[in-house]
Ligand binder design. Structure first.
Ligand code: G4P
Length: 525
């Protein structure tokens, strides 16, 4: 591809994640978007996956049982001359780390909010990550077909709770049983709510932003109220400002109902007008690498083992940050300068995976991994070494000791641990003196998934002995004296062999600091 074609290709990419609190409607809206993209033929397919063919992968059972989505997946489709990559994120808070990394791989985010619930805790957390990254955030307020909070209250909540300016692109005309439609401020039209999707869907407004005289809706009191509210928003609300949207300081707000496919297309069309094309990513030194570059480079943000347990495969998800990917190309792994040929690549559609021949900056590719990759790894082609900036890592807060129930089955135990740990869902430590395995995680559910997957994917029954909450603090190996360890500060080493203490609580950490005033401890590597 010449430079001009590459630039055009890259500019047609829109790569985003949908963030929300569980149950706000993320799956439902994703499904509608895939329908518009023509990659799904009927509604219900994504959801059906939870109980259908995907359930073959046994550990998905855990999702089904608990009714949560714990995996992130990637979906790609073409719509209106754009190639769209949607990265799904697990909604459950115990998997936030996974989600945080996924958010490093997108150029914008769509925040789905349940109109009856407003801003929920998980929305708030995920929003903070997007804000930190400074990426544009688009808001979809869902479930308008049910009675929810007052729209003005929802806008105020966005501004007060999240601290972001909100700009309503449209405004509901009624809600719940009284839902009549949307006053589309951006497109200057009324979108009518019709369950049976018959007749006219849009009514153009005149220059004054009003319906034609003979329209029956004009007489409705709810319509008059909406006109007043829209006036109020124009006078007292935020002004449309593309720069602020791009900087993540102003969020365009759309109302709708994903389940009845109302307002979703309007959202998608407007979203594509404002969502950014792939942005330059920074390397370790803070330099920006242009996405339209002759040399391919990207980073691994997720590794998932056994997506298909029949094949025992493991996939490394790579965000391409620059240049063009071609199947069979040679790249260098920045971490250890190892040369790798990328001959086994895949892309993700809604319900299938296809071998991928080419892709460009902005796209997400899946590479079959035989143990080469770690989360955060950069791969690059060309002579110039590139290492992208570090991905966020959470310090684990809860810990368990883990052993194989059947001592004769050590091999599958070790293999399973090594592979699952590589995915980055749990952290592995070993005690200094006895080399016992200790796992650390941010949330209890991560342990449960680990245990479940060990059994189902590696046929290894594990016994987990809870150690409770601990504070992990790394110590400079030069300063370490093994005698510093006690039952209140257990000495362990991480996967790199670096020493750290697991403190029982803040009190024991302070006690340690008093006893060894010259020893420096750090919360992160
Ligand atoms: P999530 O991925 O964010 O967790 O949410 P999901 O799409 O699974 O939606 C959660 C529930 O909310 C589902 O109902 C879904 O049908 C419903 N829902 C989503 N969008 C709308 C909407 O616009 N209006 C209404 N009224 N409901 C909506 P469920 O009963 O939990 O699941 P199911 O039995 O329908 O599968």
């Amino acid at each position: 591809m010449n430079n001009q074609d590459l630039a055009a290709s890259v500019n047609s990419r829109r790569t985003f994640a949908i963030i929300s609190h569980p149950d706000a409607g993320k799956t439902t809206i994703t499904e509608q978007l895939l329908l518009f993209g023509g990659v799904l033929r009927k509604a219900g397919t994504v959801k059906a996956k939870k109980s259908g063919s995907f359930a073959k992968s046994d550990w998905m059972e855990i999702e089904k049982k608990r009714g949560i989505s714990v995996t992130s997946s990637v979906m790609q489709f073409d719509y209106a001359d754009k190639r769209i990559n949607i990265l799904d994120t697990p909604g459950h808070e115990d998997f936030s780390e996974d989600t945080y990394r996924t958010l490093m791989a997108v150029d914008s985010a769509v925040m789905v909010i349940d109109s009856a619930k407003g801003i929920e805790p998980q929305t708030k957390k995920l929003f903070q990550v997007c804000k930190m990254r400074g990426i544009p955030i688009f808001t979809f307020i869902n479930k308008l077909d049910r009675d929810g909070k007052d729209p003005l209250e929802l806008i105020a909540e966005l501004e007060d709770v999240l601290g972001i300016g909100a700009f309503p692109m449209n405004w509901p005309i009624g809600m719940g049983k009284g839902l009549k439609g949307l006053y589309d401020i951006f497109n200057q039209r009324i979108e009518l709510y019709r369950k049976e999707d018959q007749g006219e869907s849009y009514l153009e407004l005149d220059d004054n932003g009003e319906l034609r005289e003979d329209n029956p809706l004009k007489e409705e009191s709810i319509y008059q109220q909406v006109l007043e509210e829209v006036e109020l928003l124009k006078d007292a609300g935020n002004q449309m400002n593309e720069e602020k949207i791009a900087a993540g300081k102003l969020t365009p707000v759309f109302f709708g109902s994903a389940l009845t496919n109302f307002g979703v297309k309007t959202f998608l069309d407007a979203y594509l007008k404002f969502a950014p094309a792939p942005a330059a990513h920074r390397d370790e030194a803070g330099e920006k690498i242009s996405p339209v570059s002759n040399d391919f480079s990207g980073f691994v943000f997720k590794i998932q083992a056994n997506m298909n347990p029949n094949h025992r495969d493991r996939i490394a998800f790579v965000r391409i940050c620059a240049g063009e990917f071609e199947r069979g190309m040679d790249v260098t792994l920045a971490r250890d300068s190892k040369k790798i040929r990328l001959s086994n690549s895949t892309q993700f559609m809604a319900d299938s995976r296809e071998t991928l021949e080419t892709a460009v900056a902005g796209d997400i590719i899946g590479l079959y991994d035989t143990g080469n990759f770690q989360i955060g790894d950069t791969i690059f082609a060309g002579k110039h070494k590139i290492q992208y900036e570090k991905l966020p890592q959470f310090t684990p807060e809860i810990f368990v000791r883990v052993t194989a129930k059947n001592v004769m089955k050590q091999k599958s135990f070790h293999k399973g641990i090594a592979q699952l740990v590589q995915e980055g869902a749990v952290q592995l430590y070993q005690s200094y003196s006895t080399n016992d395995y200790i796992l650390g995680a941010v949330g209890q559910l991560q342990f449960e998934v680990f245990q479940f997957r060990m059994l189902n994917e590696y046929h290894s029954e594990v016994v987990m002995t809870p150690m409770g909450r601990k504070i992990a603090r790394w110590i400079d190996p030069e300063q370490l004296d093994e005698k510093m360890s006690s039952s209140r500060n257990i000495l362990v080493k991480d996967r790199q062999g670096l020493p750290l203490f697991l403190f029982e609580n803040e009190f024991s950490e302070r006690w340690f600091a008093d006893k060894y005033p010259n020893v420096k401890l750090s919360a992160k590597l």
